[in-house]
Ligand binder design. Sequence first.
Ligand code: ATP
Length: 359
Amino acid sequence: MSQHDGFLSLKNLQKQFGDVKAVNNISVDIDKGELISFIGPSGCGKTTLLRIIGGFQEHDSGSITLDNEKIDHLSPENRSTGMVFQNYALFPHMTVYQNIEYGLKIQKLQKSERKKRIEEVLSQVQLEGYGDRKPSELSGGQQQRVAIARCLVLHPKVLLLDEPLSNLDAKLRMTMREEIRRLKEELDLTIIFVTHDQEEALSISDRMIVLNDGNIQQLDKPDLVYTKPQNEFVANFVGQANIITGSVNTSDGSTYFHAGEITFNVQDADPSEDAMAVIRPEQIALNTDGPIRGEITKIVYNGSFTRYFVKIDEFEVMVDTVNTAYSLRYQKGDRVGIEFPDTPHFIKKSKKEPEKLSV
Ligand SMILES: Nc1ncnc2c1ncn2[C@@H]1O[C@H](COP(=O)(O)OP(=O)(O)OP(=O)(O)O)[C@@H](O)[C@H]1O
C-alpha cells in the first residue's frame, strides 16, 4: 500500500448508465474517524457513489479498500459498512428493540449479547426507554436515531448516510447535525454523508467532496471550499458568490485585475489569462462616500442580514449586511459607495459557459 491510501480508499471508480457517466474516475482516500460529505446538485452521482461503497450498486471499474481489505466483491452485509437510507427503512410492525435486534439475529449473536449491545446503542443515540415503541409512535428525529442505531449496533467500520436529515424540519436538522458529530467524536466513527444542502455540508463535514456530472470538482475542508473555491461551479454551488470577470495585466512590475471601475492588485495571476474574482456578498461593505459608487436596485430582508443588489456600471453585485441595531439601512434607488475586499479569491475563467444552477 502507498502511504496515501486511506482507511477507506476509492480508486478510479467508474459507473456508467447508458450514456450517463454517473461516477467518472473517482479516487479518494478517507481517514479513520473522518466525516466526509458528498455534495452536489441532483443527478451529480452522489447516491450512486455511496451505493457503490455500500455494495448496493456494482461499479464498472476501479476498486475499494476498507481497513486494508479489498471489499469490492463482498455483499453489503459483509462489508463492515452500515447504510442509513433516506426514508429510514424501519420495519413498521416491529418495535424499536426488534428493529435494532434484526441484524444481530442474522449474525447469530446470543440473546444476552444482543441485549447488551442494544442497550448500549440506545443509550448512544439517546433513546433509552423507547425499546417497546413502534416506529409509528416516534417523531421523525427519533425514527432517524433508530435507523442510525440499527446500523451502529453492528459495529460498522464506515457509516454511510444518504440524505439522512432531509425529512426533518429545519430546527431538528440542526440538532441532528450536532448529534451525528457527537456520535462521530465519541465512537471515532468514519462517516460518509450525502447531502444536496450546502449549508449542512459546510457545518457537519471534516472535508467535503463537491461533485458535478460524476466528477470531483473540489475536495477540501469546508472553510477552503467556501473561501477558495477551485472553479466557477464550486463558487456558485457552495454559498452565493459575486463572480466578476475582468482582464489581468502588468504595469510597473505589478499585476492588476481590472473590471470596469474596479481594480485589484493581484499577486499570483498569470497576466495572459482572463480571470474571475470570487467575492462573497458579506465581503463587500456599503458606505456613504466611497469612490466606487453604485445604485441599489433591489433589497431582500433575511432577518439577521439584508441583501442589497447594487448596480455598478454594467454589472450588479450582491452585498450582505448584518442587521444590528446600529447598521445603516438603505432604500431602493439610493446611491452608495461600495468597498471591496483588498484581496479577493481569483479563479480561471471557465472554458465553457457554466450551467445555470438553482441552489
Ligand atoms: N439505476 C439507474 N439506471 C439508469 N440511470 C441511473 C440509475 N441510477 C442513477 N442513474 C443516473 O445516474 C446519474 C447520477 O444519479 P444519482 O442518483 O447518483 O445522483 P444524485 O446526485 O444522488 O441525485 P439526487 O440528489 O437527485 O438523488 C443521474 O443522471 C441518474 O439519472
